[in-house]
Design a binder for this molecule. Structure first.
Ligand code: NDP
Length: 399
């Protein structure tokens, strides 16, 4: 494992942020900005948001700024023309950004689009802060085998996994009974199925506790986010599906728990602010300060917990089933979900159609296994195609 606090010879630690213009990317930069001397920004990447990327690159004196959309190359070059920042565009440039020699890389591209860049950073043995859960969902075994052979450190950033990472006694693995992921329940936890059927994208992305990108916000509303996290936890902590519980905790104060054979349950608590888990991953193996609001349990008063509801939120069970089925099932689930969420955000399908599309796609594709990256890419593509076809069977939403 890479255990580096700074760069070689105590020089500033070199950092790359894949997806720097997103919610996680901005929170990571916020932390870095608070201790400028400690870090050198190697590379920053975005998909299309040239304006924000250029301002981040200028502000942080980044060495390399990359926009994935090739059509934005000229705009990025123009925006940074009076600086020393090298610019790049296109998928290959994003991969090049990941291959540059940063000791620590934040993987914060959303969706399976982040897989290859994240794998690139893993393959050169970097410490990788993993926010992009879809990477592990669609290629978990491949990712873990690359981590094992490169010696990279995979540091969970997802708040639940980060919490479990903090209280999981790896040297006492045989004494761990189960791990428990908490779930906020999202904006529709108290909403009837009939009202969920009419939910708009604006309502779905209005998360009660967290301020996040659109895709993960919709995933939280369907609770597919918890399904994806279940798969992520299975790979990160080598836990079988039936030893990973989900507990609805609408306050989002306890982020994750580990239950031991002696009856002890260890938990990590904190205000719902992603800068805490990001700081843990950024400072690891040490702790660094984060500006998150300090937790005041006396003013919180009581902590509440409920069981998940599989009738209104079928996504968690769909995800569990993919782990039981094995092979490429999680890859298919992830790809179908990405297509369905995008269609919902474009108001082409209704909210409840998201889980239906995933279920239909899973029922049409089975028996595939994953070996190399090419398998992932091909099955992901096939699942996207089938998901697209099944969208037409869904009721088109009229607004
Ligand atoms: P955002 O949508 O806010 O940001 C996504 C980032 O990825 C942006 O920089 C975006 O660029 C870039 N991007 C999008 N598509 C592509 C592409 N095809 N190729 C290259 N870059 C791309 O997402 P979040 O920050 O919310 O989430 C990022 C990841 O972290 C997700 O996997 C999410 O599940 C996970 N996560 C997020 C949490 C949160 O609090 N937000 C919590 C836990 C996990 P541009 O701005 O130009 O579109």
């Amino acid at each position: 494992m890479v255990m580096m606090e700074s760069g070689p010879d105590n020089s500033p630690r070199r950092i790359t942020i894949l997806g720097s213009t997103g919610s996680i990317g901005c929170n990571t930069l916020d932390l870095i900005q608070r201790d400028r001397e400690a870090y050198q920004v190697e590379a920053l990447t975005a998909n299309t948001n040239v304006e924000m990327l250029a301002s981040q690159a200028r502000e942080m004196n980044a060495k390399f700024a990359v926009v994935a959309d090739e059509n934005k190359f000229a705009a990025l070059k123009d925006a940074l023309k009076d600086t020393d920042v090298e610019v790049g565009a296109g998928r290959s440039a994003v991969i090049e950004a990941a291959s540059r020699p940063a000791e620590w890389v934040m993987a914060a591209i959303v969706g399976a689009a982040g897989l290859e860049p994240t794998l690139t950073a893993v393959r050169r043995g970097a410490a990788v802060g993993l926010a992009n859960k879809e990477c592990l969902v669609c290629a978990g075994e491949l990712m873990l085998s690359e981590v094992a052979s490169s010696g990279a450190a995979l540091l969970p950033v997802d708040s639940e996994h980060n919490a479990i990472f903090q209280v999981f006694e790896f040297e006492q693995r045989q004494a761990i009974e189960k791990i428990i992921l908490t779930a906020s329940g999202g904006p529709f936890w108290k909403t009837s199925l009939a009202d969920m059927a009419k939910a708009t994208p604006e309502e779905a992305i209005a998360h009660p506790n967290w301020d996040m990108g659109a895709k993960i916000s919709v995933d939280s509303a369907t609770m597919m986010n918890k399904g994806l996290e279940l798969i992520e936890a299975h790979y990160l902590f080598a836990m079988p599906e039936d030893r990973i519980d989900v507990l609805v905790h609408t306050q989002s104060i306890i982020h994750g728990l580990v239950a031991y054979i002696d009856g002890s349950v260890l938990a990590q608590l904190g205000s719902p602010d992603m800068r805490t888990p990001i700081a843990y991953a950024l400072g690891w193996p040490n702790r660094i300060p984060a500006p998150s609001q300090k937790l005041d349990l006396a003013s919180v008063g009581t902590l509440n917990f409920e069981q998940p509801d599989s009738e209104r939120f079928p996504a968690i069970e769909l995800a569990r089933q993919t782990l039981r089925d094995g092979g490429a099932a999680p890859t298919i689930l992830n790809a179908a979900n990405e297509i369905a969420v995008a269609a919902f955000l474009q108001q082409k399908i209704g909210f409840l159609d998201i889980a239906r599309t995933v279920e239909t796609t899973l029922s049409k594709l089975s028996g595939y296994s994953i070996g190399a990256l090419d398998d992932v890419v091909s099955i992901d593509g096939e699942a996207r195609q089938i998901a697209m076809e099944s969208l037409s069977a869904c009721a088109v939403v009229t607004v």
